[in-house]
Ligand binder design. Structure first.
Ligand SMILES: [Zn+2]
Ligand SMILES: [Zn+2]
Length: 409
């Protein structure tokens, strides 16, 4: 037979191994795995044993190294197939856990015969189970980014699935001044439930996240979710106009081929007057990074209440002063406990008065990403300079605030 396995050095080594260890064909062939790569370890072992002539065949269950493990590939493949039932996926990858005892014996053989051409028993198991499953299923093995990674614990016949999250991009509008963007856990019990939070574990009953993810989790049969917004608005601020971009991550989904139009319609129907979603499409984890680092200009509508009746001339001056200007903002006192205290310079692109009524005025403002609008109005005791309050020389504060456009996406 014309094969690189017929090499004298290789045969000598194989003879040495078989003289000292009772190995099945697969375990023998595996030590020379990289010599002839277009065949299985079993075939390789058969050729070597045949070439040597004087060694009896060892049954897999009597093999000193694998103790029958290599004969269970079909069984493991079936077990994994059973566990994958009900999951929708495009690609998969097999992983395996093997007894310490067998791995130690493997090392012992390598120390004896050298591991130059060898591969590990785990590699063989993973590959051969994968090959069998590719035949049984319509999906393919993928090493880079499998949809599902199935790990078989060979000692206990237990399969663990690691399922890739499903990501959906969209934009949301929020019509309520009473719901936060994400789940807001109770500060006392951290979500466990206590008297203070009425055993809900949360400060607010609901959130944009929960209102959107509920329908997704139902259809995807997912276990949990993470919500990644492109920034966030305060609880009492509405998000109108073209909505805010977000990526919803659905964890451990069973169904991946979701009808996004149907889901959007359903979310919008259930959450009327609270939340609306549109522009849904499938996404990936890279988009989360993109949204987190994006700096989009935002347009706001602010209803401002002054302590006195407003003088129109003064108001006009104030808006002219802020129009296309730079302001300096020290971290607002209300968030100073969780953000570094520093001055941030922000660009106000425009500032316009929409209407005036006694001591109230409605402004439209366009500002750089990250501008604190409430503080731009009130001045936050001199922490934002200049401010509408400072220019007008009248204390004032935002009564209602809406984001009416997020630009640049
Ligand atoms: Zn064996
Ligand atoms: Zn609580």
């Amino acid at each position: 037979m014309r094969t690189k396995l017929a090499n004298k050095k290789v045969l000598k080594n194989a003879q040495n191994i078989l003289t000292n260890y009772k190995l099945c064909d697969s375990c023998l062939g595996r030590i020379f795995a990289k010599i002839e790569t277009n065949m299985t370890n079993k075939k390789r072992g058969e050729i070597l044993r045949f070439g040597l002539g004087n060694f009896e065949k060892i049954k897999v269950k009597d093999c000193w190294l694998c103790q029958g493990l290599i004969g269970e590939i079909k069984h493991f493949a079936n077990l994994i197939k059973e566990n994958l039932k009900g999951y929708e996926f495009e690609t998969f990858l097999i992983g395996s856990k093997v007894d310490e005892d067998i791995l130690e014996k493997e090392n012992q053989i390598y120390a004896f015969a050298g591991s130059e051409y060898s591969e590990s028993i785990k590699t063989e198991l993973n590959r051969e189970i994968g090959k069998l499953l590719e035949k049984k299923l319509t999906q393919e093995v993928n090493f880079e980014k499998p949809t599902i990674m199935a790990v078989i614990d060979t000692a206990f016949d237990v399969v663990t699935l690691q399922i890739a999250s499903l990501y959906v991009y969209g934009r949301y509008k929020k019509y309520s001044r009473e719901i936060p963007q994400t789940k807001w856990y109770c500060k006392i019990c951290y979500g466990k439930g206590c008297k203070k939070c009425n055993y809900t574990g949360k400060i607010y009953d609901s959130s944009i996240q929960e209102r959107i993810s509920k329908t997704f989790l139902f259809y995807a049969q997912g276990e949990d979710d993470s919500f990644h917004g492109c920034g966030r608005e305060d609880v009492d601020v509405r998000m109108l106009g073209n909505g805010r971009p977000f990526v919803l991550e659905i964890k451990n989904p069973k169904v991946r081929s979701l009808d996004l139009n149907k889901i959007a319609t359903e979310i919008n129907k259930i959450n009327k007057s609270f939340v609306e979603v549109d522009s849904l499409r499938f996404s990936n984890h890279l988009e989360i990074e993109r949204l987190k680092s994006a700096e989009f200009k935002k347009t706001y509508r602010a209803t401002v209440k002054f302590d006195k009746i407003i003088n129109n001339e003064k108001l006009k001056k104030a808006t002219e002063c802020l129009h296309d200007s730079k302001i300096g903002q020290l971290t607002p006192s209300r968030v100073a406990h969780r953000r570094a205290d520093m001055v941030r310079e922000k660009h106000i692109y425009y500032c316009k008065v929409e209407s005036v009524d006694g001591s109230k005025a409605v402004f439209t403002l366009e500002a750089e990403s990250g501008t604190y609008i409430k503080e731009l109005v009130s001045g936050d005791n001199g922490r934002t300079k200049p401010s509408i309050s400072e220019i007008m020389k009248i204390p004032c504060k935002v009564e209602k605030l809406d984001v009416i456009e997020i630009k640049g996406e």
